[in-house]
Design a protein around this ligand. Structure first.
Ligand code: ATP
Length: 323
């Protein structure tokens, strides 16, 4: 292998730059040139390639976002778009591609490998942490820290004014971020899509907690199935006398920021491993870490198998965050 390309796709996540740095420098050690593709799959289609030297990735390990920019590419969802992408890879003499992104990006990668028999390795990057085959995805640790910091601040007001705060956290399909940040911030109630609470049960719990503690932090994952944020807020107001309810939507502050040490280490290991594996001839695979061991699994499994959430954490939290 002489030339490898790398791109970042889908939502940006803190640690992507640390990963690009590890890829470029590990490849350089093997005398392989790395081509950075700008704007995700759109850049592949538009031939937006630039060579990344080991110096170009200096002083980036601590920077959030992605120096390669990211995008969501509708054109890559079409066979025509992917044909253009393949043609550009060939004309730039690229022998392999490394894709950093969430489950959508990894799905695109798998389809691409199967259509063109190209060498591709995926690296899980998403603050949602919902990708099978790795304990953590790049960006999750930083996002969890951001959410906990925000809730710590909200708690001061909740406690001083004896308010009920509903804090909405990202997670349309999964509650990993809500669950772990809820436990770490001592939230009195954590609501996630994986639980089948009814609205009545939720209101009953909030009433019980509020009667004793007078201030309540509810972490609400945006994909909760039992009701919307507004429905929940109105139900609390209507069912709990004199309740003082506030809603705080954390939004995009959860995506950015200085990557945590854990994300930098994970990103470094996965970037380094991706170069080892692609040069050993592997393709259609994702690199991950389980129980401190690096793993290599089929992209198909990474995108189709469901990663189980540890619901016993929620049960534990219900006991230790209330009295
Ligand atoms: P995040 O977890 O942050 O949302 P993601 O990688 O899941 O990240 P998506 O927007 O789902 O983000 O996907 C990113 C890009 O991957 C899409 O814009 C598209 O270009 C490509 N992609 C996703 N699904 C497919 C598919 N089925 N076929 C081809 N390309 C796809």
């Amino acid at each position: 292998m002489k030339n490898i390309a790398v791109l970042t796709s889908g939502g940006d996540s803190p640690g992507m730059n640390a990963c690009i740095r590890a890829i470029v420098r590990s490849a350089n050690k093997k005398k392989i040139q790395v081509h950075g593709i700008q704007y995700g799959y759109d850049g592949l289609i538009n031939n937006d390639f630039k060579i990344l030297s080991p110096y170009d990735v200096g002083n980036t390990i601590h920077i959030g976002g992605t120096i390669l920019k990211s995008a969501r590419s509708d054109e890559f969802r079409t066979n025509e778009g992917r044909k253009k992408a393949h043609k550009n890879l060939r004309s730039n003499n690229i022998d392999g591609l490394i894709v950093l992104g969430g489950d959508g990006s990894l799905t695109g990668a798998k389809i691409f490998v199967e259509e063109f028999n190209f060498k591709v390795i995926g690296i899980p990057c998403t603050i949602d942490n919902d990708i099978y085959g790795t304990d953590y995805s790049i960006g999750f640790s930083t996002a969890r820290e951001t959410v906990v910091n925000a809730i710590d601040k909200i708690r001061d007001t909740a406690s001083s004014h004896e308010r009920i705060f509903i804090v909405e956290v990202m997670g349309r399909e999964s509650g990993f971020l809500a669950l772990e940040s809820g436990v770490a911030s001592g939230a009195e109630l954590i609501l996630i899509p994986e639980n089948n609470n009814s609205m009545d049960e939720v209101i009953k719990s909030i009433k019980k907690i509020n009667d004793k503690k007078k201030s309540v932090i509810i972490v609400y994952a945006e994909g909760c199935k039992f009701g919307t944020l507004n429905e929940l807020s109105n139900k609390i107001k209507n069912n709990i006398q004199n309740s003082n309810v506030r809603v705080s939507i954390l939004g995009h502050i959860q995506r950015g920021g200085i990557p945590s040490p854990s994300d930098r280490i994970l990103a470094s290991i996965l970037g380094y491993e991706s170069i080892n594996k692609i040069t050993e001839g592997y393709t259609n695979k994702m690199v991950g870490i389980i129980n401190q061991n690096t793993m290599l699994l089929d992209l198909e499994d990474a995108i189709s198998k469901k990663k189980n959430i540890n619901l016993s954490l929620n049960k534990m939290s219900n006991i230790i965050s209330r009295y």
